[in-house]
Ligand binder design. Structure first.
Ligand code: KG4
Ligand code: ZN
Length: 349
């Protein structure tokens, strides 16, 4: 008998619902909130309001596309954190009340764990290879940048992390400096296709161990652009492709350096990437080249499972369902996790 799980994701600015049948995804619906584009970043109050408007239709469409009736569901999995508290509250409250009405359990899911477990989503048509434990996962999103040693479905060790900005933030801030709308990562990716990655050089940070830092890069990019604009007001427009390719090259080179170190330190050859930035085409190419040179087996999620989605929440929910790991009706969201892995409820993105 298949286990049907409804997954709900509402941690930031995407409202998403998915229905899984074991590790297969029957439907994955994402409503992206365009309202934030004109503000150059996510506005928390607007995000939670949009989640409230989107959540009912998004779940309804997901169930219809999956061809699953509500009373066939075995459990509802939802993102408990980290993320924007107001946004998380919408998904959490909805999951609780819907599960109460259906008399089925709820499963709380950590958003970052789910990005990693997205690698276990199967394809009904064609079996997908999944990473073997232990593997390393570079989780790169708008809010987080981590190298995680994954020993089991639920045994994760963070071996490196950013000490300031996340990689996605570096993309988005560089894009903002160039006057591009939010989120700028995919736009930089597009412009970079026709640019020269060596056209401009930006300094790489010196951070000990496997940790990352991106705030210095943002500052040097800002000053570089400011100085060039003084000489030529059309500088950005004339060099958009080269600037995009160069900043993208620098971010990827910073990411790859520590990932290579981690792989050699932990003697791991199965390497995965996850999170919104794993949709970046050049990061995918660079990883492919590294896999050929270093003998890595690389795992890159399908595009729709890279950025925020509920399919990864449903699949993580499935693994927790098998363990009988359910949440109570008193569960509340957390905005961020502290260094020791405990959950903090104040706003933290
Ligand atoms: O995982 P995600 O959807 O949301 C968070 O949990 O943060 O990641 C969003 C981030 C944004 O910073 C966005 O600019 C970045 O992922 N991103 C990309 C690309 N697609 C999304 N960055 C670079 N290249 C892309 N193609
Ligand atoms: Zn995410």
């Amino acid at each position: 008998m298949s286990i049907y799980i409804l997954g709900i994701e509402s941690s930031c600015d995407d409202t998403s619902a998915a229905v899984s049948s074991d590790t297969n995804i029957l439907a994955n619906v994402v409503a992206t909130q365009d309202i934030h584009t004109k503000y150059g970043g996510v506005v928390p109050e607007l995000a939670s309001r949009a989640h409230q408007q989107n959540i009912v239709p998004v779940i309804d469409i997901a169930l219809k596309r999956a061809n699953i009736r509500k009373n066939q569901l075995h459990a509802i999995a939802f993102t408990r954190g980290p993320g924007l508290l107001g946004s998380l509250l919408v998904g959490t409250s909805f999951a609780k009340s819907m599960a109460l009405g259906l008399d089925i359990p709820i499963i709380s899911v950590d958003h970052l764990d789910a990005h990693i477990l997205a690698h276990f989503i199967q394809d009904k048509q064609q079996a997908r290879a999944v990473p073997a434990f232990p593997f390393l996962c570079l989780t790169v999103s708008g809010g987080h940048t981590q190298i995680v040693l994954v020993k089991d479905h639920f045994d994760f060790e963070i071996v490196g992390k950013t000490i300031d900005d996340a990689a996605g933030e570096a993309f988005d801030k560089a894009a903002k400096i160039m006057g591009l709308p939010y989120p700028g990562g995919p736009i930089i990716d597009k412009y970079a296709h026709t640019g020269d990655p060596q056209a401009f050089r930006f300094p790489e940070p010196r951070v000990p161990g496997l940790d990352y830092s991106f705030s210095g890069l943002k500052t040097s990019f800002l000053y570089f652009i400011r100085d060039r604009i003084e000489e030529n007001s059309d500088f950005i427009q004339k060099n958009m492709a080269d600037l995009s390719a160069s900043i993208q090259y620098t971010i990827i080179s910073i990411l790859m350096k520590k990932l290579r170190q981690a792989a050699s330190l932990y003697k791991v050859r199965d390497i995965a990437i996850a999170g919104g930035v794993s949709a970046n085409s050049e990061l995918r190419n660079t990883l492919k080249k590294a896999s050929a040179a270093l003998g890595w087996n690389i795992y890159v999620p399908e595009f729709e499972y890279c950025t925020d989605n509920a399919a990864m929440i449903a699949v993580t929910g499935y693994f927790k369902y098998l363990k009988g790991d359910f949440a109570g009706q008193d569960v509340s969201p957390y905005a961020r996790k502290s260094e020791d892995g405990s959950r903090k409820s104040e706003e933290g993105r």
